[in-house]
Design a protein around this ligand. Structure first.
Ligand SMILES: Nc1nc2c(ncn2[C@@H]2O[C@H](COP(=O)(O)OP(=O)(O)OP(=O)(O)O)[C@@H](O)[C@H]2O)c(=O)[nH]1
Ligand SMILES: [Mg+2]
Length: 301
C-alpha cells in the first residue's frame, strides 16, 4: 500500500458517554461490552480498523474517575491516563450538552499535559436538535484548543465516516501495524468473561453490579465445534450471591442464557455455558484477586 497511514487513537471521556458503543460501531463489530451503567469498561481494549487508507488502532478505556474508591478504581484511572501516552490522536468523547463539569476540566488538564492532538467527539447527537449543536460546540471550544470537533451518534451510526476520515489525518504515514484480519488484542477467553459480566451488569440492580468480576475457569473448544465454558461470577457479599442466583436460580439462568446467545454468535457454534457464583470479600482491594480477575498493574509506567 502506497502512502498508507497507521497509528493509535485513544478513546477517552467521562463514564457512560458512549466510548465503547462508538468504538464497536466504528469497527463494525461488538468487541467491548456496553451498558447504561457508568464504569462498565475496566480495561484497555484495543481494536483494529483496516481500510484502503491504512489502519487505526483504537484503544477503548475506562471512563475518567475523579477519585478512586478502591484499588480497582485506581487501576482503571491508571489505564485511562496511561492511554494518552502512546496515542497519535486522542478522541475525547462527550455528551451533547453545554455543561462542562469538574471531571471534564481534569480531562482537559490531562490531555494538555500529554500534548497529543485531541478530536472532540460530541456523541449521542440523536438526542438533541440540530439547532442546539452550535451552542454546544461553542461552549466546548473554550475548554481546550481542539484539533477538530466532530458530532456523531455512535449508537445510530451517524457521521462515523466523517469521523474516520478526520482520524486518518492524524495517523502517521507508514505500513500496517497488524495484518488485515486482526480485529482485537482481546483473547476469546477474555471476551467471553466480559460478555458474562455485561449480562450481569444489565440484569442486576442497585449496588451489586459494580462489585462483580467474572473468571473463566475452563474454556475448551471441542473437535465437534462445541465450546465448553465454565465461569464464576465473583461478588463481594453473601447477600449479593443470593441476588445473583435469584429465586430458584432464575437470575443466574437469565444471565447464562443471554451470555450463551452472544457467545454462540461470536464463536459461530454451539456453546455449553456453566456458571457458578462465588463470594470474595473486598476483592476490589485485594492485589492478588485483582490480578486473578485480569486487573493487573503493569510493572513499568
Ligand atoms: N442515544 C444514544 N445513546 C448512546 C449512544 N452511544 C451510547 N449510548 C448509550 O450510552 C450508554 C453508555 O454506553 P457505553 O458505550 O457503555 O459508554 P462508555 O463511555 O463506554 O461507558 P464506561 O465504559 O462506563 O465509561 C449505553 O446505554 C448506550 O446505549 C448514542 O449515540 N446515542
Ligand atoms: Mg465503556
Amino acid at each position: 500500500m502506497e502512502n498508507s497511514r497507521a497509528g493509535f487513537a485513544a478513546i477517552i471521556g467521562r463514564p457512560n458517554v458512549g466510548k465503547s458503543t462508538l468504538m464497536n460501531h466504528l469497527i463494525g463489530q461488538k468487541i467491548a461490552i456496553t451498558s447504561e451503567r457508568p464504569q462498565t469498561t475496566r480495561n484497555r481494549i484495543e481494536t483494529v480498523y483496516t481500510c484502503e487508507k491504512g489502519q487505526i488502532i483504537f484503544a477503548d478505556t475506562p471512563g475518567f474517575l475523579r477519585k478512586a474508591s478502591n484499588k480497582l478504581g485506581e487501576y482503571m484511572m491508571d489505564i485511562s491516563i496511561g492511554s494518552l501516552k502512546d496515542a497519535d490522536v486522542v478522541l475525547w468523547i462527550v455528551e451533547p450538552s453545554s455543561y462542562v463539569g469538574e471531571g471534564d476540566r481534569e480531562i482537559a488538564d490531562a490531555v494538555k499535559k500529554a500534548g497529543t492532538p485531541v478530536i472532540l467527539v460530541i456523541n449521542k447527537i440523536d438526542l438533541v436538535k440540530k439547532e442546539q449543536l452550535l451552542g454546544i460546540i461553542d461552549s466546548w471550544k473554550e475548554v481546550h484548543p481542539f484539533a477538530e470537533i466532530v458530532p456523531v451518534s455512535g449508537l445510530k451510526g451517524k457521521n462515523l465516516d466523517d469521523l474516520l476520515d478526520t482520524i486518518f489525518k492524524y495517523m502517521p504515514e507508514g505500513p500496517l501495524l497488524y495484518d488485515e484480519e486482526t480485529l482485537t488484542d482481546q483473547p476469546m477467553r477474555q471476551i467471553a468473561s466480559e460478555i458474562i459480566r455485561e449480562k450481569a451488569l444489565r440484569m442486576l440492580d442497585k449496588e451489586v453490579p459494580h462489585g462483580i468480576a467474572v473468571s473463566i475457569d475452563r474454556y475448551k473448544e471441542r473437535e465437534d465445534g462445541l465450546t465448553e465454558i465454565e465461569a464464576s461470577v465473583i461478588c463481594e457479599r453473601d447477600s449479593h450471591k443470593g441476588i445473583i442466583i435469584g429465586k430458584g436460580g432464575s437470575m443466574l439462568k437469565r444471565i447464562g442464557t443471554a451470555a450463551r446467545k452472544d457467545l454462540e454468535m461470536l464463536t459461530g457454534g454451539k456453546v455449553f455455558l456453566k456458571l457458578f457464583v462465588k463470594v470474595r470479600k473486598d476483592w476490589r482491594d485485594n492485589d492478588m484477586l485483582l490480578k486473578d480477575y485480569g486487573y493487573e498493574k503493569k510493572k513499568e509506567k
